[in-house]
Design a protein around this ligand. Structure first.
Ligand SMILES: [Zn+2]
Ligand SMILES: [Zn+2]
Length: 411
């Protein structure tokens, strides 16, 4: 082990022999260990010392481990702190409940002392995988001009091992995701489907997402309501038997809906923040965070040129703040700067303003997304080159890419 792998662990357990054993194992592995037998005192110390990992028993006499976990996870100063439950309770109920409280992992006592350090590191180093299933906007694009980037409309997943799959938008790319899930996933699937907004290219392939029809699976569909029109109504309206012959009542899995505004929600330890975007109707951008890693999904969104009376500096700054320092900024880059003047107020952005946003927000990577259906693969290449040149001209070291269907990045 190198020093850079050394972490600070905070052990909370009312049994001093467990503290001694776990502390010794982690100490030998090169980690720093702090401990407390009192959950109340531990919570105060955790808030000030900000350990990398909290290892918490569940059956604690003051505040139980679930509550301790929830308090740690709801403290914005502790976003980088992982919580692992270490408990003699081997029940599925407790494991699920710990996950709901935000726990990053669960190890059952008695544990194997020979593997404990490695088991903890496997939990702590859990990665996010961002995967593209459709990168186009507005309309699917079959044919020769879409062979490299793919022709499907918006669908992106964020996957974390042992957590619900997070799906962003249900454009035609979700059919590819559906096929992939049937081939690779075993056992019941739990997922969250975040809809940016209910324009066709973001919802109309949802009925072709096969796992939704499989009993035992569970999906929550979340997105912005439009006035009195709820997310459930927005989705069911396109599946009312007239526009599509199958209705939402025929989903065989457990499917439920949630209306979102600008807010922060927790999905089993993954933080999801939302922001309303400049686009016709209510459209939400999402920032997904886990253990110091993050990805932003910002489509559809119009960034006006600075000489347009509709340009709003405070909105651009607010959006840059929302995306600041993210590992991957996926954002609407529908138009070239040459195309944009005839598309003003259509709700989409052009290359130069996306470059400006990235330069302000300083993501690790900028991913150009939601390409116009009239653009060929070569046109997307040209947008990518223009964006890279724009960033270079600003002296930016943001890496700019245009992902294709099937591409993925691990964080
Ligand atoms: Zn769109
Ligand atoms: Zn739209």
């Amino acid at each position: 082990m190198t020093n850079s792998d050394a972490l600070t662990f905070f052990i909370v357990d009312d049994d001093p022999s467990i503290i001694k054993l776990v502390g010794a194992i982690l100490g030998v592995a090169g980690h720093e260990v702090v401990s407390s037998q009192s959950s109340v005192e531990a919570l105060e110390q955790i808030a000030t010392t900000k350990p990398d990992v909290v290892i918490a028993d569940i059956m604690l006499p003051e505040m139980d481990g679930f509550q301790l976990c929830k308090r740690v996870k709801s403290n914005p100063d502790l976003v980088d702190t992982r919580v692992v439950m270490l408990s003699a309770k081997a029940y599925d109920f407790d494991k699920t409940y710990a996950s709901k409280m935000g726990a990053d992992g669960y190890i059952v006592k008695p544990f194997n002392p020979d593997t404990l350090a490695d088991d903890l590191m496997a939990i702590v180093s859990a990665s996010m995988t961002v995967r593209y299933w459709g990168v186009r906007g507005t309309l699917p694009v079959p044919g020769e001009g879409a062979l490299r980037y793919g022709g499907n409309t918006s669908c992106v997943t964020v996957e974390v091992p042992n957590k619900p799959i997070l799906i962003f938008d249900a454009g035609t790319g979700i059919k590819k995701l559906s096929d992939h899930m049937f081939k690779t996933m075993k056992g019941p699937i739990t997922g969250k489907v975040f809809i940016s907004h209910p324009h066709w290219d973001h919802i109309n392939a949802l009925p072709f997402f096969g796992p939704m029809y499989v009993p035992g699976n569970e999906f929550e569909i979340l997105g912005a309501h439009h006035g009195d029109t709820t997310m459930r109504e927005l989705i069911s309206a396109q599946m009312d038997g007239i526009y599509f012959p199958i209705t939402i009542r025929e989903f065989g899995s457990r499917v439920y809906f949630r209306d979102l505004g600008e807010e922060t929600i927790q999905v089993e330890g993954i933080t999801v923040r939302t922001m309303l975007l400049h686009h016709p109707g209510n459209c939400l951008g999402y920032r997904i965070e886990l253990g110091g890693k993050s990805v932003c999904y910002i489509t559809d969104n119009e960034l006006f040129l600075p000489d347009n009376p509709l340009y709003n500096e405070s909105y651009v700054e607010h959006l840059a703040d929302f995306c600041r320092g993210t590992d991957v900024l996926i954002t609407d880059t529908t138009y070239t700067d040459e195309e944009y003047p005839s598309k003003v107020t259509w709700g989409h952005s052009c290359v130069s303003q996306v470059v400006d946003l990235a330069h302000r927000a300083q993501p690790g990577k900028l991913h150009l997304f939601h390409h116009d259906p009239d653009q060929s693969d070569d046109d997307i290449d040209a947008k990518l080159n223009a964006a890279r040149k724009g960033l270079a001209d600003l002296g930016s070291n943001v890496i700019c890419e245009a992902p294709s269907e099937g591409d993925f990045v691990k964080l």
